[in-house]
Write a protein that binds this ligand. Structure first.
Ligand SMILES: NC(=O)c1ccc[n+]([C@@H]2O[C@H](COP(=O)([O-])OP(=O)(O)OC[C@H]3O[C@@H](n4cnc5c(N)ncnc54)[C@H](O)[C@@H]3O)[C@@H](O)[C@H]2O)c1
Length: 244
């Protein structure tokens, strides 16, 4: 991985940051993208040599400007990690169609725009490598309250299959990791309520929640040559959650 250029979207989030820090330790040259704010500034300051370009992945103009900034600083990418995402939950009878639209806008359309822009730059520069998304066990399991998030992650995992097939001939692999619950900003409220925490834990055969560190080995494998024959897959890193 040393010396490779990897763009990370959602870099300032719980999982994005943990994975970016690990890639940095392995000598990866990082281009960091997230919504503008102190979390992105703080991460950039903590990772010497990393470059940052704030961008909303649902905004095509902002995305293009961010790629130009990062491309000028780092050169063309060798790969990408998309850890941007949103989770909005609520009973299906009360959820507004707008909640679905906003969720799909980030988790699916944004993921597509990010992948497409990276792939174009990699193909133009004749770079071979991997694009990795963060899907979720929710792409498979049907948790109540997840009528927006679950279908967005199912769509993302299926998009990974299509793009993996389309771009294989160009030497690009496209995969996803599907974690079960990890404590981050996104899940803080859900995990704060003891009864919800106990119910969630009861559905994980290995008997503990996922930690960001559990994702490191699978992410490095899928982003590196260790995973060179793997494409179009969602690898669930979930302590067996999808077996239940
Ligand atoms: N935490 C979990 O339990 C869990 C489990 C399975 C999957 N995931 C997925 O992993 C990914 C990371 O989740 P997390 O737990 O780190 O959440 P998080 O909320 O800590 O981080 C998400 C990041 O995405 C960024 N983001 C949101 N909308 C954006 C946009 N429009 N443009 C650019 N950036 C945007 C946020 O600013 C934030 O930094 C998400 O796709 C999430 O669905 C998380």
């Amino acid at each position: 991985m040393r010396g490779r250029v990897i763009l990370v979207a959602g870099a300032a989030g719980g999982l994005g940051r943990a994975l970016a820090e690990e890639l940095h330790r392995r000598g990866v040259r990082l281009g960091l993208m997230d919504l503008p704010g102190p979390a992105l500034d703080d991460l950039t300051a903590a990772l010497p040599g990393a470059r940052a370009a704030p961008a909303d992945i649902t905004d095509a103009g902002a995305l293009a400007a961010a790629y130009d900034t990062l491309g000028a600083a780092l050169g063309p990418p060798d790969g990408a990690l998309n850890a941007a995402g949103v989770l909005k939950t609520g009973p299906g009878l009360e959820m507004s169609p707008g909640t679905l639209r906003q969720t799909f806008e980030v988790n699916v359309t944004g993921a597509f725009a990010f992948s497409q822009a990276v792939a174009r730059r990699m193909i133009d520069a004749k770079r071979q490598g991997a694009i990795l998304h963060l899907s979720s066990v929710s792409s498979m399991v049907a948790n109540p309250g997840y009528a927006a998030y679950s279908p967005s992650k199912a769509a993302l995992s299926q998009m990974v299959r299509v793009l993996g097939r389309e771009w294989a001939a160009e030497g690009l692999r496209v995969n996803a990791i599907g974690p079960s619950l990890v404590r981050t900003q996104m899940t803080r409220d859900a995990l704060a309520a003891p009864e919800q925490r106990t119910a969630a834990l009861a559905l994980i055969p290995t008997g503990r929640f996922c930690e960001p560190e559990d994702l490191v080995g699978p992410a490095v494998m899928l982003l590196s040559d260790a995973g060179r024959y793997i494409t179009g897959q969602t690898l669930h890193v979930d302590g067996g959650r999808t077996l239940v």
